[in-house]
Design a protein around this ligand. Structure first.
Ligand code: FDA
Length: 404
């Protein structure tokens, strides 16, 4: 252990977590001639980057602004996002051989479709700058000591302490324990008397239980372009029916704005009006059965499922006004009361985290504890689906590096 203690005196700071924020922070510190040590619980760097975007890594979004982030203070992320912009992310990765391609809605992925390329940029730059990463090293506690910090960590069943003048907490959020997630960021904040806002799984599938569940189960695998909304947000993307409920991008997006016990609403035909469509069809083809007509708009399987709630065997001409009103409600205001979410094991991120009131938005340093910085997902800043969360992680890592 003496060797470790000797080594730490050379580091300007210790970063907890070799994820998106910690890696960017280490590399940017390297550009500024500052040396850092990263302590990482996993046996490799960037576990979440590697599986992100289905292994292809949606590393930023062209439309990023503070408006795509949830936080108790929606303006908090603005300073960091202005200091490290989407253009900065794009040119940084381009400089190291990663060209971006837009898939949809501003989402940028590496042309290679390989998340591994993104992680390699960071690990090779860390090597070039001499930034060290200690793997299989789990930080358990942080205390103030001698004008800096004593970090307690477990490494191969032994517990040791190391001194750091400055500490960057980039230990991520609660989703997916098997990828290394811990509550360390929030625990450290609380141990220094800093507030933490309530956390919950976000960008997560929603479950349906009880009498409605078989209806969703029989539609399992069907994907429909929809608008999903509640009184706080609205998203137009696909929804996916599964045997336990609802998934797909629009559902993941609204999940971040959903609270247990609440309803969400789905417009199954966004941008069109079913009453107008049927009125027009009636003129040409009044004898057409409603089921046949709906099968043309959706899949046959989906139209059959809708028939559970509709007089599907009636022809269009014979539909009463009341039946048309019911159809309109069903198609444009389909009401769903989820039982819950699939939880942290299936969530992409969490809402909540270290209260932004505790941090300087310009430096991400704790207002109470000098030399202690928080970045990435452990802070109460949560992005929409689509590359926004990595943009926040890169930006916060960059900002902290400038202030170490
Ligand atoms: P991150 O989780 O990346 O890193 C934290 C690191 O700290 C981990 O390596 C962890 O092992 C380590 N750690 C934790 N506790 C520790 C301890 N006690 N001691 C030492 N080390 C510790 N976002 C996006 O923008 N585009 C996308 O395509 C996707 N896709 C995606 C898919 C899936 C399946 C998930 C789960 C998530 C995404 N995300 C995403 C979200 C994105 O992965 C996430 O927002 C960032 O990785 C957060 O970066 P951080 O550096 O804050 O945490």
């Amino acid at each position: 252990m003496t060797a470790n203690l000797t080594k730490q005196t050379h580091f300007d700071a210790i970063i907890i977590g070799a994820g998106a924020c910690g890696l960017m922070c280490a590399v940017q510190a390297g550009f500024l001639g500052k040396s850092v040590l990263i302590l990482e619980k996993n046996d490799r760097a960037g576990a979440k980057i590697l599986i992100s975007g289905g292994g292809r890594c949606n590393y930023t979004n062209l439309h990023t602004s503070y408006k795509q982030f949830l936080s108790q203070n929606e303006h908090f992320c603005r300073s960091a996002l202005a200091q490290w912009t989407v253009e900065d992310s794009i040119s940084f990765f381009e400089a190291y051989g990663i060209e971006g391609k837009e898939k949809t809605l501003g989402q940028l992925f590496p042309v290679s479709d390989k998340a591994r390329d993104v992680v390699n940029v960071f690990t090779s730059l860390c090597t070039d700058f001499g930034q060290e990463i200690w793997y299989n090293t789990e930080v358990v506690k942080l205390e103030q000591q001698d004008g800096g910090f004593s970090i307690s960590y477990k490494q191969y069943d032994t517990e040791e302490n190391i001194f750091a003048a400055k500490v960057v907490v980039a230990s991520g959020g609660l989703p997916i324990q098997k990828l290394g997630a811990t509550d360390l960021g929030m625990r450290i904040a609380r141990s220094f008397g800093m507030k933490v806002t309530a956390t919950s799984p976000a960008l997560v599938p929603l479950t349906i239980t009880g009498k409605d569940q078989p209806w969703y189960e029989k539609l399992s695998g069907n994907s429909i372009f929809s608008r999903v909304w509640n009184d706080r947000a609205s998203f137009e993307e696909n929804i996916l029916f599964t045997h336990w409920g609802l998934s797909g991008p629009a559902i993941l997006q609204i999940s971040s704005y959903w609270k247990p016990g609440e309803h969400i609403f789905i417009d199954l035909l966004p941008g069109q009006n079913i009453a107008d469509l049927i009125a027009a069809e009636r003129v040409q083809n009044g004898k057409k059965m409603l089921l046949a007509y709906l099968s043309g708009l959706f899949t046959r399987k989906f139209a059959e499922a809708l028939s559970d709630y509709l007089p599907a065997e009636k022809n269009l001409a014979s539909l009463t006004n009341a039946e048309l009103d019911a159809l309109e409600m069903l198609i444009h205001e389909f009401k769903v009361k989820p039982a819950g979410t699939k939880g942290y094991d299936k969530a992409e991120v969490m809402t909540g985290g270290v209260d932004t009131n505790e941090l300087s938005s310009k430096t991400l340093e704790s207002k109470k504890v000098q030399g202690l910085f928080f970045g990435g997902e452990c802070v109460d800043v949560t992005g929409w689906l689509g590359g926004y969360n990595f943009q926040w992680a890169w930006a916060s890592g960059f900002v902290i590096a400038q202030n170490l």
